[in-house]
Design a protein around this ligand. Sequence first.
Ligand code: FES
Length: 106
Amino acid sequence: MSKVTYLSGDDSTIVDVDAGTSLMAAAVANSIEGIFGECGGNAMCATCHVFVEEGPHSALPPTSEAEDEMLDCTAAPRRTNSRLSCQIPMVPELDGLVLRIAEEQL
Ligand code: FES
């Protein structure tokens, strides 16, 4: 099990995430404010948008075409470190990742 930190406003929550679990599903299961996952993880809603703040960026999976298109529809303006957390399945190499939820989603 690996740890991911979710930053929501001034709150910081460290969550243990099983390998294979998406970072959206882990957030929803732990009631992380601002992550909704309305489409169930199908890259169709952008309610799981996060900014990757710190950690092993090189271990992140590449952004798919569907994710890339949906990142243009986020509530907060897209940044270079924007990702859809539903498109990131946990792998041990991502241990220590820090994700921020945009103020617009809170
Ligand atoms: Fe809908 Fe990620 S849960 S895009």
